[in-house]
Design a protein around this ligand. Structure first.
Ligand code: ADP
Ligand code: 5GP
Length: 192
């Protein structure tokens, strides 16, 4: 089996994607975050071009019409999408990419890059824990939290379509398991 270059991480919102992605990027020197475009407003501390390219609705729709997205979805009332230019650049620079996208986005990336995509689904031990973690993050309003929890079921229904599942119960254990799995399956490097 050839080693993969595109790691797609999905989970219900609050499942631990960002936390685990950060650890993976600290471990592997040639693994970079794929910056998606979105119309949602930046959270405190988020910077344009780092977590997302923050676009206006019209700007996003212009890029849709110009066919600049590999995939895009409307989630929680906002657009989110993966730009083709992100992937082209990573391939040109011989880097591996890590995608934090919803389950439908994950399916699209796999469909477009079947040889290169590795799909990893992160599940919380149970829904109550998911809710607690989402609340503890304190980044969403009550209404946004409800919206995110109500979508969790849809997201969980896709887990069988992924290449591998990690249960994020104890964080250190989930990180270790993910780091090992990625080291085995992807073209990642650890620079001394
Ligand atoms: P996502 O990116 O999937 O929405 P986050 O990585 O932001 O999720 O995690 C949601 C919250 O839960 C964060 O505050 C994070 O620190 C916390 N968290 C993640 N994994 C664990 C874990 N195994 N145990 C306890 N808290 C966790
Ligand atoms: P958040 O607002 O918490 O950053 O993201 C909300 C949801 O949008 C998450 O499930 C996240 O994985 C998803 N998402 C972020 N970027 C993209 C993208 O480019 N495409 C798709 N399909 N989903 C995305």
């Amino acid at each position: 089996m050839n080693k993969k270059r595109l790691l797609v991480l999905s989970s219900p919102s609050g499942g631990g994607k960002s936390t685990i992605a950060k650890e993976l990027m600290n471990t592997y020197s040639n693994l970079r975050f794929s910056v998606s475009a979105t119309t949602r407003k930046p959270r405190a501390g988020e910077q344009n071009g780092v977590q997302y390219y923050f676009l206006g609705k019209e700007e996003f729709e212009t890029k849709i019409n110009k066919n600049q997205f590999v995939e895009y979805e409307e989630i929680f009332g906002n657009y989110y999408g993966t730009l083709k230019s992100e992937i082209d650049k990573a391939f040109f620079d011989s880097e591996c990419l890590i995608f934090d996208v919803d389950v439908k986005g994950a399916m699209s990336v796999k469909q477009n890059y079947p040889e290169d995509a590795l799909l990893l689904f992160i599940i919380p031990p149970d829904i109550d824990t998911l809710e607690k973690r989402l609340r503890s993050r304190s980044t969403e309003t009550e209404e946004q939290i409800r919206l995110r929890l109500s979508r969790a079921e849809l997201e969980l229904a896709y887990q069988d379509k992924f290449d591998h599942i990690i249960v994020n119960d104890e964080l250190d254990k989930a990180i270790k398991e993910t780091v090992e799995f990625i080291g085995e399956k992807m073209e990642v490097r650890i620079d001394e």
